[in-house]
Design a protein around this ligand. Sequence first.
Ligand code: APR
Length: 314
Amino acid sequence: MTKRKVGIIGAGAVGATAAYSLSMMGVCGEIVLFDIAEGVAKGKAIDIGQSVHYAPVSTIVTAAESPADVNDCDIVVITAGVPRKGDMTREDLLMINAKIMKSVVEDVMKYSPDAVIICVSNPLDVMSYVIHRMTGWERNRIIGMAGALDGARMAYQIYNKLGYGAGQTGTLVIGDHGQHMIPLPHKVQVGSVNTLELLSKEEMEEIIERTRNGGAEIVKHLGTSGYYAPGRAIAYMVEAILNDSKVVVASSVLLEGEYGYSDVSVGVPVVLGKHGAEKIIEIELDDATREKFKTSVESIREGIDILKANKFFD
Ligand code: APR
């Protein structure tokens, strides 16, 4: 990776925050933003480009005039999509975002054929699966950003409960990036101490519930979904890939027999390095967690089946 060039398609709240976070970290040589809404990528690229003056290392931040300008990227982050509004059903939203994904991915294949794709658009696991089907690329190059964010949200809840250990808490959330996600607070440590020694069963349950509703809680206060934590989580993953740092981060990847499933993208722990999701780690799941994982996979498959029923993949 010589250029350390990152494309961000969808320069909305999350995409722009990822760009800002990356430029403050100084890990990219160049960031190029693209958005379908006129002026959005340009305005944000100028604003972020000016903030870079005070960054530790300079980053070139530009706006793409057309998808062709998002070329030769090492990584392409896709946040393009529309939020659910008004009387839109889940099915409507799924079809709209899948169509957006299809057109975006065609451009990525054309202009950044060697990139690793980080998918952020929702419904995350289904959209990651769509990218697999559209590209046919090796599965390590398509990674859904889920566990990096949900894990940070879980760590935040653990800290809130304990009142210590900020920044010292492990993260592990598997399954879908939706209502059936599976936070595993009892599997992580604070410092080197397992949370089983620090938290009661009731406290664990509350942490699980609050992690699951982490996104909705922000919407309740802010009227819109969060973007700082998602943006920073994307930047963390981009950094790990660019630096080939081999960190373990739960992410949505295509399973080929792991955990007993195939042909579905779902959140599991993976190793992030220069080739993307270089290894899937299969952790031991107890019976109850295996059951939850099944429910989670089924909920993702429902989404995929809606696309199939609408002949999306034909
Ligand atoms: N090409 C490029 N950009 C697009 C396209 C497209 N075909 N379609 C939509 N966009 C852009 C929109 O113009 C908008 O600026 O995607 C951007 C999405 O940004 P926001 O609406 O601000 O949404 P955001 O909060 O950033 O979330 C982005 O991440 O967490 C997920 O569910 C969320 O799918 C959503 C995505």
